[in-house]
Design a protein around this ligand. Structure first.
Ligand code: F6R
Length: 635
């Protein structure tokens, strides 16, 4: 949600900034801008809309500046217009700021600064920051922590300004009078510094850094850093100098390229078999056999107490990760016998359930930066601290980004090993989250003895077959689904039905379709359709039903037939050997034979492909759908 970059060094800054913004465009694309310092002046160029508009504006402009900052925006305060685009500047155009986050007390600050003569030019919360820094430079405050003015009056002014800001924010700041300094700040929004040879970078996320360096230092909350051509100094907001060293990222820049696929989303759908394989390899013990019942078949290294005394699990998440949480609930309850609630993180925070003893709280977030999820986890930790021992917090994170803020909040992480996901619509990170839940549920089932080793063994075998089965779906189905998508180019509404463990997949299929194709889509538990949504059905509303042989198969088929009786076109996701299916469904999306328990990892694949091809056929920007951002760092 907004991406910021910064550069100081020996190369032309503007092309490095643009290249970095390209890698961060998934975080927002309402507008973009860069500001650079050269010969005592700031040059600021901004454009409404996608980064390409900024690139077009900059084309042909000579800019030798070696210091600069850049921004790609997901609008919060103020319309997505050029005058609201970052960077924002002070009245005298000497200071430029880019921000990711929200300044909660901007109204008071704005009124105060206006009264002091500062001229505002945008509707944004961010604009208070350059004015406030200018004010702190002109009138330093004496008694705020340890002054850094002996290092740099600019650094000290930024420090004094950020101490007056409330909210969650990451900043990069430059000043025309300090051509050798780039100041970066982090408070509850991600920011990492990249170390090159005589050059330094900062960015909201590491994909913008890996083309230049693998030596990266993520700032922590309440820290600011001064980047100069000579090095990086890190301080607390209180002015205390910290000793910090970069660590080496284990990253391949090729992962952030499309590698011949038309869109990142399609590439990421195709990466799923590999991702599931990697995740299983990480957590399943290869040499385990049911006879060795004294050893867990899983390798999650969870604290023993989490399994032995566990009475409740609560899951907090948003969007697609919330859907993964629903599958997780099914598995944790049905396999491990632990009562589990799944909460929208944004709701949990303001209406938390009463405290229960021996409770494990799981935050699911692929980015590890979703503000609602992080706040919910943080709140849960705080409200349990100081309670009797049985109520102490136990926090587990399931994430694809072990370097994210989530890691600083929870005690233990399950890494989903999916690799960076660039397409805004989550695909491979969702299937990886599902694998993490299978592993967790089986680990708890083993430790709590709700499943015997001989009952666990066939589930593990089934899991191991999934990557090849996913490959089969991709090989055999994509072409057909591409053709099928032609039928739905003008469709306005879709219904997705599922039951039991596949109900969350119906929700996920609907979410994928609506977010990238802008077609209205509802996911429903199949049995609920007759209690209302059936009124929506007619020949213009296709119904996708996930009908997997198992406990609820006949029920789903009956529900599908109720839809057919209302003239709806029926699309069935079912196993390839189901002869009965072709009589019921008008179109079939067959998947290999699989146990119902493991089926979500397969049933979701044709739904992802369907959403992708419908959106691509409608000529839409699949990787960057309107109004969305990949990492939602505001509440
Ligand atoms: C949908 C999608 C979003 C995210 C949600 C949570 O395709 O990507 O719904 O799932 O914003 O994001 P994370 O998992 O990063 O917390």
């Amino acid at each position: 949600m907004c991406g910021i970059v910064g550069y100081i060094g020996t190369q032309a800054a503007s092309s490095i900034l643009l290249e970095g913004l390209r890698k961060l465009e998934y975080r927002g694309y309402d507008s973009a801008g860069i500001a650079t310092v050269h010969e005592g002046q700031i040059q600021c160029v901004r454009a409404k809309g996608k980064l390409q508009n900024l690139e077009d504006k900059l084309a042909g402009l000579e800019n030798p500046a070696r210091l600069g900052i850049g921004h790609t925006r997901w609008a919060t305060h103020g319309k997505p217009e050029e005058y609201n685009a970052h960077p924002h500047m002070d009245t005298a155009y000497r200071i430029a700021v880019v921000q990711n986050g929200i300044i909660e007390n901007y109204r008071e600050l704005r009124e105060d600064l206006k009264a002091k003569g500062h001229e505002f030019r945008s509707e944004t919360d961010t604009e208070v920051i350059p004015h406030l820094i200018a004010e702190c430079m002109a009138h330093p405050v004496a008694d705020q922590g340890q002054s850094l003015s002996y290092q740099s009056p600019f650094l000290e002014a930024v420090r004094q300004a950020v101490n007056q800001l409330e909210g969650a924010f990451a900043l990069a700041v430059i000043c025309a009078d300090y051509p050798d300094e780039l100041i970066t700040v982090r408070q509850q929004a991600p920011l990492a510094i990249g170390f090159g040879q005589g050059e330094f970078f900062c960015a909201s996320d590491t994909p913008a850094l890996v083309a230049h360096t693998r030596a990266v230092l993520p700032l922590e909350n309440g820290e600011l850093a001064r980047l100069t051509p000579l090095g990086v100094e890190v301080y607390t907001f209180g002015g205390e100098r910290l000793k910090k060293f970069p660590r080496t990222l284990n990253w391949n820049p090729i992962l952030v390229e499309k590698q011949g696929f038309k869109h990142f989303m399609l590439k990421e759908i195709y990466e799923q078999p590999g991702v599931v394989r990697a995740c299983l390899e990480a957590y399943l013990r290869n040499d385990w056999a049911p006879e060795q019942s004294q050893v867990s078949p899983l390798n999650l290294n969870l604290p023993a107490v989490w399994a032995d005394q566990l009475a409740h699990i609560q899951i907090v998440a948003c969007g697609t990760s919330w859907h993964a949480g629903l599958v997780g609930k099914y598995l944790l309850e049905q396999l491990a016998g632990v009562p589990t609630q799944v909460h929208y993180a944004s709701e949990f925070r303001y209406a938390p359930p009463p405290l229960t003893p021996h409770t494990l709280t799981i935050g699911v977030t692929q980015s590890g930066e979703t503000a609602d999820t992080l706040s919910a986890l943080d709140m849960e930790r705080q409200r349990r601290q100081g309670q009797p021992p049985d109520y102490q917090p136990h926090l587990l994170g399931i994430t694809n980004r072990t370097d994210s803020t989530l890691a600083t909040i929870v005690e233990h992480l399950i890494n989903t090993h999916a690799g960076i996901e660039i397409g805004v619509a989550a695909t491979k990170t969702f299937t990886a989250q599902l694998v993490a839940f299978y592993c967790l549920a089986l680990e708890l089932a083993y430790r709590r003895r709700t499943l015997s080793p001989t009952a666990i063994a066939p589930i593990l075998d089934g899991l191991r077959q999934l990557p090849a089965q996913m490959e089969l779906i991709l090989e055999s189905q994509e072409r057909y689904i591409e053709e099928l998508s032609h039928e739905f180019v003008d469709t306005q509404d879709f219904i997705f039905l599922g039951r039991g463990i596949n109900f969350p997949i119906a929700l996920e299929g609907a979410l994928k379709l609506k977010e990238i194709s802008y077609i209205h889509a509802e996911g429903y538990p199949a049995g609920e359709m007759k209690h209302g949504p059936i009124a929506l059905l007619d020949a213009k509303v296709p119904v996708v039903a996930i009908a997997m042989p198992g406990a609820v198969y006949e029920k789903v088929i009956s529900n599908a037939q109720e839809a057919k009786a209302r003239d709806a076109l029926l699309i069935g996701v079912t196993v390839s050997q189901d002869e009965h299916a072709s009589e019921v469904f008008d179109r079939l999306l067959p998947i290999p034979v699989v146990d119902e328990l493991l089926s979500p990892l397969l049933t979701v694949v044709p739904l992802q492909l369907l959403a992708y091809h419908i959106a691509a056929r409608r000529g839409l920007d699949v990787d960057q759908p309107r109004n969305l951002a990949k990492s939602v760092t505001v509440e």
